[in-house]
Ligand binder design. Structure first.
Ligand SMILES: [Zn+2]
Length: 77
């Protein structure tokens, strides 16, 4: 993937979390007290599964200091 800012080739890697990795609108709070709790309008980036960490592919541009993550339809059903 090429960086949409500078057009350089981006480096593929993964972002990992022990539980749920998600984006949520600014100011919105998670509902529920568990570590899997998510806010109503959040977008799930990766889910914890059995013993594996939540992991999502991410492209990194060293020049622009940007990381791009694709949203999976499957994890947001
Ligand atoms: Zn860039």
């Amino acid at each position: 993937m090429n960086c949409p800012y500078c057009n350089a080739k981006m480096k593929l890697g993964q972002i990992e979390a022990d539980n749920l990795l998600s984006w949520k609108p600014d100011g919105e709070r998670s509902t529920g007290g568990t570590r899997w709790a998510k806010s109503p309008n959040s977008i799930v980036l990766a889910k914890y599964f059995l013993l594996a960490p939540a992991s999502v592919d991410a492209y990194y541009c060293k020049e622009c200091k940007k990381i791009i993550i694709d949203i999976s339809e499957e994890t947001n059903r």
